[in-house]
Ligand binder design. Sequence first.
Ligand code: ADP
Ligand code: MG
Length: 471
Amino acid sequence: MEREEQLSRLWSDIVGEMKRLDGGDSFGIDNYIGPLSLKEDDGTTLVLTYPENTLVDWVELNYQDRILFAATKVLKGARTLRFEPRVAAPGGATTETTVELHGPVEDAAGAPAPRPQRKAAAPRKKALVSGLNATQTFDNFVCGGSNDFAVAAAKACAARLEERPYNPLFIYGGPGLGKTHLLYAIGNAILAANEKAKVLYLTSEVFANDYIEAIANGSRAVTEFRRKYRKVDVLLIDDVQFLSRGPRTQEEFFHTFNALFESGKQIVLTADCPASEITNLEPRLSSRFQQGLTVSVHTPDLEMRTAILRKVCKEWKSEFITDEVINFLARSITRSVRQLVGACVRLVTFTAFSRRCLTVAEARQYIADIVREEKGSKVTVADIQQMIANEFNMRLAELTGPRRTAAVVQPRQLAMYLARKHTASSLQEIGAAFGGRSHATVLNAARKVEANLARDPKLAELVKKLSAELA
Ligand code: ADP
Ligand code: MG
């Protein structure tokens, strides 16, 4: 009983941490994470159970990283995840049927929920050590004009590890465009060729937390920390833009980077912008990041989006997604592959229950929230500028003008943040609408507001109000 209580408390801490990290936006977490519970934590794996009819595949696809990240923070250690259905046995007792998250699929006739038919590239044990998601490989990554250079570079790094053709390889691009997938693919390819390779994947936030934790625990812990990171053959660090949050972490990362680089180890980094544009990143780190090869991933065109959708349907062995629905999805969701895949998986899951094809109208209804978010419900940058000008009692020309006093900078940054959130305009387009500012300025403004939201309840309240007006 006591153990159950412990687990339940632990789970609510993890969910709380997820909400905090999400900036207080708890809708998705309440809906998708709420129904789960924590059944076990053995120090390496968290076992989550879910009730019947939960869209667990959706949860896995969209929340796995966030659950793991929050769990790492709360537990101060890395875990992997396993989902198990909570099955009501005859007589009311509850039995558990284990379903391996990425394991082989039992295709019982008429079984409602499909499982993705992804081959696990490496046994789970290896994934545990390396932090890799074994299901994301080069095989299931669709290559096209928006990413072919990045894919070629990533494949070369993995295939010619000894030569280290590009070190470091720096991959940048907007959210949901496949950066993490590429990192996993590199790691999985290296492990497939040599299962003894020491491959370590982690986000820069995990690195930072691990380091802060080590400092708190004294010099032996710091030595241990250094040993752990410097003994790897391949270091895959995701989302390095977050390194800029702590100067001490940057310092430590600089030394880790140098130690690995000098002993000829491969380093691959990702970020949401080029290294030179990461705010508050020390110049020496930024220049290290640029001394290898920098590649980018962009939003895919219609043809590629269609190819990605077909690949998803094939992987999930779905027979119920028609060409019309694929077409509709490919045309409606253009900005993020994550959203595209997420929408498709949702339809695949729904149709697996009903076992019939959807009309386009039905499909539209099921994914209305994703499309709405995508389209920013047709709010324009000009709408937002007008709204902010009214709110702060200032003239539009001030908002877009050159002055940089706090009184105009703050509303301007807020307007950029809202434009990023509520319109489909690109960073460049938003920058242009604010008197020809650069896309990096917009990105930094949006990040700054986001960071302030967490500590400034008045700002959070205002953003909530304005967002509601825009919706
Ligand atoms: P990022 O790290 O850039 O935010 P991810 O790598 O997490 O994006 O990708 C988001 C989702 O989209 C993942 O499920 C990933 O497998 C999928 N994805 C992205 N790009 C592609 C692609 N080119 N082919 C197939 N799947 C993709
Ligand atoms: Mg990512």
